[in-house]
Design a protein. Sequence first.
Length: 701
Amino acid sequence: MHTSDSATDTHCPYCALQCGMRLRPEPGGATVAVEERADFPVNRGALCGKGRTAPAVLSSRVRLTEPLVRTHAGRLEPATWEEALDAVAAGLTRTSRAYGPDAVGVFGGGGLTNEKAYALGKFARVALRTSQIDYNGRFCMSSAAAAHQRAFGLDRGLPFPLEDIPRTGCVILVGSNLAETMPPALRYLTELKANGGTLIVIDPRRTRTAEQADLHLAPRPGTDLALALGLLHLIVAEGRTDAEFIAARTTGWEGARAAAMAHWPELVERITGIPVPRLREAVAMFCAPESAMVLTARGPEQQSKGTDTVGAWINLCLATGRAGRPLSGYGCLTGQGNGQGGREHGQKADQLPGYRKLTDPAARAHVAGVWGVDPDALPGPGRSAYELLDALGTDVKALLLMGSNPVVSAPGAAHIEDRIRSLDFLAVADVVLSETAALADVVLPVTQWAEETGTTTNLEGRVLLRRRALTAPPGVRSDLDVLHGLAARLGVEKGFPTEPEEVFEELRRASAGGPADYSGITYARIEAEQGVFWPCPDVAEDPEGSGASHAGTPRLFLDRFATEDGRARFVPVSHRDAAEVPDADYPLLLTTGRVVAQYQSGAQTRRVDELNAAAPGPFVELHPRLAARIGAVDGSPLAVTSRRGRAVAPARITDTIRADTVFMPFHWPGEGRANTLTNPALDPTSRMPEFKVCAVRVEPA
Ligand SMILES: Nc1nc2c(c(=O)[nH]1)N[C@H]1C(S)=C(S)[C@@H](COP(=O)(O)OP(=O)(O)OC[C@H]3O[C@@H](n4cnc5c(=O)[nH]c(N)nc54)[C@H](O)[C@@H]3O)O[C@H]1N2
Ligand SMILES: Nc1nc2c(c(=O)[nH]1)N[C@H]1C(S)=C(S)[C@@H](COP(=O)(O)OP(=O)(O)OC[C@H]3O[C@@H](n4cnc5c(=O)[nH]c(N)nc54)[C@H](O)[C@@H]3O)O[C@H]1N2
Ligand code: SF4
Ligand SMILES: [Mo]
């Protein structure tokens, strides 16, 4: 392998926008410079600070460059790849022999490419024969995914490309701070307003995104479900439903209507804290134009009722005929780099590639055929992410972790850290020594985005290709290499190729005929077409077809929804409280989220000087009235205590937040770790934890 001397077009390693960028090798070829790639439609050259500085993590100053194995003395020491892979295979085999294959767990990530996610799911089921695999996407968009499935019969985050947003009449943005979490996408909202469209933002904080809104509603955290029901109530009461659309394209309206009618405006005002006139204003704005959209992100989704909450927003769209039509619809802004593709190809506990169900006999037969195994040998569904982490050290005694840092990012993190420490064996593949990798028995250093090729699927459902631009340092190997080496040691010599395109070719076949059908997508097509939207079946071989290839599907549901009868399903949902509500001991609400300069658990971005300068550490955001009441001083340490534990971070006093709520970003470990406090109460359908609401006490430390 050699360093190519010309520039390479690829995509950012971080969020789901998957901004296009050009990488040019610097003189000497050891690193690359990021350049604009104005031709790529999603970001048209714009990048946020994280994307611009991503090459800093390629430096061997901050990354792992050789495998580490824990010695008898308890220290992580450098080892050869042979020693490290032997040790992982031995650790996993020992556990499997002693306690059965389900005592071995696998935890993946939504940042992994499609090829890696596919190979990891196959590795769990074919090489380890364990049912115990899930991934961090469960913490991300699983509630929206579940609600999508329930209402539309298919889960693709956005049913339309971002370019449609500026041309709709009104957007309700629920619990998304995209000015900080996807900065180049803010352009779509400013263009919407320039075109005469209106923007409603729903967020307990007046964020940089909310500042752009024509109407900002700041509900009490955890009350979005009541809010959506209250708006639907008013829509019915004011006679603004679309009876023709409801009759022609949906089922179940009566139940949903009855549930909404039980949420009258004054009750909703009491629950959410939003005055009735503001609710009426929102309804008028949403219903006035010909077309409108509702977009949700983690605010309403990361709740113990996230699935029903998203369902209520979908009901609002269906009742007003704002779905399955041009420039209208409901969409979820997926988060991680491959948050969309990562949930389609089999690293989820209940799922096989192509978004197939592990419990469906036909799906098992198809995928087992591609894998060359007996369908009966495939395990059944396993535990969801939090339940898997919670079972570590008891039912699940060994874990292979690839692409997540749960010591920082899991809810109730002190307990989860404890569970991880109690494992018999932990292997972590990572690019840096994350807080979780530091606890491992074996750490496998892997290649990074600029050093490897693979596909990701962005929040629009657009399948993209990242191209290798640079040779990796000699001591690191790719995740695909790791799985190949481990499978061989577990006695599975074939079926785990190390070439990404070879894996993708198999993924195409495995996904063929499934809901997320990639069979018509090739690396060559992706590059020629700036990405291809799934579903994209392979029709070129169809004897009755024209011989032309399928164009891909930028816009879903225009003719029919993906349910059996082609109609969207209303689901009757009712408001309920968050799992924890304030009381005398814990009188305030804590909500958590992100800042623009750090990414997730911070494992990567906390290693970049420029980003640390912009966002050096955790903080507790609180309102001046609350600060005065408890005697908090701006910049001085505050102790935040929940039923799970205590965290300490400096106060940041601002009138942009509700006075009954405090906010902490979750990017840091240690004393200021927000997830020490969060509540692992799970949504019954999606198994999403309630990151966005718990009860706390706050006092000067
Ligand atoms: N800079 C940066 N960008 C990122 C990431 C990152 O870590 N850093 N991560 C990526 C990933 S994986 C994801 S999932 C996305 C997340 O993207 P977003 O969803 O935009 O990010 P969050 O900050 O988690 O939450 C958004 C907003 O929800 C609000 N909120 C809190 N509680 C509630 C509530 O009860 N109701 C409502 N309506 N709103 C509430 C918060 O105040 C916050 O402003 O960002 C992606 N982009
Ligand atoms: N309190 C609170 N907690 C939250 C959230 C919140 O809003 N509030 N949001 C949740 C959400 S939406 C998410 S998505 C999670 C994310 O939280 P995590 O799952 O911890 O995500 P990352 O920090 O991105 O961790 C990815 C790890 O994998 C490594 N890595 C990156 N690329 C690769 C690769 O290609 N291969 C391998 N082997 N490793 C790689 C990185 O270095 C890093 O250590 O956090 C959740 N936790
Ligand atoms: S917005 Fe997301 S994809 Fe774009 S540069 Fe920033 S982190 Fe990367
Ligand atoms: Mo996420």
